[in-house]
Ligand binder design. Structure first.
Ligand SMILES: Nc1ncnc2c1ncn2[C@@H]1O[C@H](COP(=O)(O)OP(=O)(O)OP(=O)(O)O)[C@@H](O)[C@H]1O
Ligand SMILES: [Mg+2]
Length: 488
């Protein structure tokens, strides 16, 4: 047996791989991935539509490359996907720098500084076509000095500057490059804010990253609204081939509890429904989101559910990752575990949607409403043990009691549920009261109750009960007042 050496014909391979399917946002993210892997703390992206020749630059303060490294970096397949990668590396295929860049432009220049030395290389599809070879252009000092933004790289002790020119694909069909670029900048900003939100916000354990576009710093966009009233549901570590996959399930706050800015950031009701599901992060970088991997239907009732899945790059071989890092399919072994978690959280999401109780209402004696499970379905009934109701009914004779409880039954049997359902789906704010008024009202009630109990031991008993009772237990001022009364 003998072998023929069949290297690819450069112009054909380079042109063909332009069609891998990157959009601008994914292409930019791939460049930022490389800066993160190079331990950069800052990436400045600059879109320049104004000059006669529009261009885009990326400048980072990462470790930079020496001569051998930059030559290797420009090679198609600079590192095999079978090689083991550093734990913080976001790369996998040894292609991103070239394929992402040249999916948007015909000319890619890379200038890198390390140990006071600066190296520059360039792929120009037109000159590759003319030469018919893998003719990588090596820039000399004067070429490098004429590069836009070079001065900034020069001021760093190490870093890398990438320049996209001849933006044919990026500006395809644009009557005005300026208008199109400005629109695209918005999409890129949104994308980076989400995909790298954990790097931008400087989560512990990773190097914090500042990304700016045309000198405007990008703010992190956290899809879980952590730190707001998002409810953390569940945390689980799955052990796969000795590596850990961390799954954390969250429930967003009910939409009527979100601020206008939050609602807008999450894309309103439509955005919530569309973006429910898994958020898969590889080394803390968001890969895929807003999908249930066909384990569950995207319905109205689970729209608040979002599940974070953290995978290390050492499990790449299991996840069927594509070159753009825009899709990743979970392996069966993980899918089975996720299915179980989906089931649990989607039930929880239904609960938040249909009933905004502060706690699980059925197992608490002190809530206003109880949810009862009957064979035909569920029923909401006023809690007969609630302190108010007890106090009131004890003060009534039996005829009055009869009228009171008949009335309560009437109320319970005639809840305007259908209308409520419609209102909530239309995102009406239902039964809105200013929190301040609700608190004052609850304080008044609390005082009325206490005034009515003279005997000190039953008073203490009552206070203890009220401290665990809706609505009193929800307000700090009332809890403080009750605690003081108790100690008197
Ligand atoms: N900004 C940068 N700073 C330092 N080194 C870089 C930078 N960008 C690229 N490199 C080097 O160039 C190599 C090739 O990058 P490229 O994006 O093509 O492949 P990769 O990141 O290894 O894998 P992937 O195809 O998954 O992105 C990187 O592995 C890295 O060594
Ligand atoms: Mg890369």
């Amino acid at each position: 047996m003998k072998y023929e050496n069949m290297p690819p014909y450069a112009p054909v391979l380079m042109e063909s791989t332009r069609a891998i399917g990157y959009n601008l946002e994914a292409a930019v993210a791939d460049i930022v991935d490389n800066s993160i892997a190079a331990m950069a703390s800052e990436v400045n992206i600059f879109f320049s539509p104004y000059d006669a020749v529009p261009y885009v630059t990326f400048l980072d303060d990462g470790v930079g490359m020496n001569e051998t490294e930059i030559n290797n970096a420009m090679r198609y397949g600079s590192k095999s996907s079978l090689d083991e990668r550093d734990r913080t590396d976001l790369g996998r295929f040894g292609l991103g720098l070239k394929t992402a860049s040249l999916s948007q432009c015909r000319s890619l220049t890379v200038i890198s500084k390390q140990n006071t030395r600066v190296e520059g290389r360039k792929w120009d599809l037109d000159s590759v076509y003319t030469s018919g070879e893998w003719s990588l252009i090596v820039l000399d000092e004067s070429d490098i000095k004429s590069i836009p933004q070079y001065k900034q790289l020069e001021s760093f002790s190490h870093g890398t500057l990438i320049i996209w020119e001849k933006l044919d694909r990026m500006l395809e069909g644009a009557a005005s490059p300026e208008k199109l670029m400005n629109k695209k900048i918005d999409d890129v900003r949104e994308h980076l804010a989400l995909v790298f939100h954990r790097y931008i916000s400087g989560e512990s354990g990773i190097q914090k990253l500042k990304i700016s576009i045309n000198n405007f710093e990008i703010k992190a966009k956290d899809p879980f609204l952590i730190g707001r009233s998002t409810v953390f549901q569940h945390d689980e570590k799955l052990s796969i081939e000795g590596e850990q996959v961390l799954v954390s399930a969250y429930m967003l706050p009910h939409i009527s509890k979100m601020t206008r800015a939050e609602k807008e950031a999450l894309g309103g009701s439509e955005g919530l429904t569309k973006n429910q599901g898994f958020y898969v992060y590889r080394n803390k970088r968001l890969l895929v989101w807003g999908t249930w991997f066909r384990m569950h239907r995207k319905d109205e009732l689970s729209k608040l559910a979002r599940i974070r899945v953290d995978i290390p790059n050492s499990l790449d071989h299991l996840w069927t990752l594509d070159i753009r890092k825009s899709t990743a399919v979970p392996p069966d072994v993980i899918k089975r575990n996720l299915e179980r978690i989906v089931e649990r959280i989607s039930n929880g999401s239904k609960r938040a949607w249909t009933f905004r109780g502060k706690r699980e209402i059925s197992d608490q004696g002190c809530h206003l409403w109880n949810k009862e499970q009957a064979r035909e379905g569920v029923q909401y009934v006023l809690n007969r043990d609630h302190v108010f109701l007890k106090m009131l009914s004890e003060s009534l004779d039996s005829d009055q009691k009869h009228i009171l409880f008949s009335y309560l039954k009437l109320v319970e049997g005639n809840l305007p549920l259908n209308q409520l359902y419609v209102d909530l789906n239309n995102e009406e704010r239902v039964n809105v009261r200013k929190e301040k008024d609700a608190e004052a009202e609850a304080m008044d009630f609390a005082k009325i109750i206490l005034e009515n109990i003279k005997d000190s031991s039953s008073r203490k008993e009552q206070i203890q009960l009220m401290l665990q009772t809706d609505p009193f237990c929800n307000y700090k001022s009332i809890v403080e007042m009750l605690t003081m009364e108790y100690e008197l």
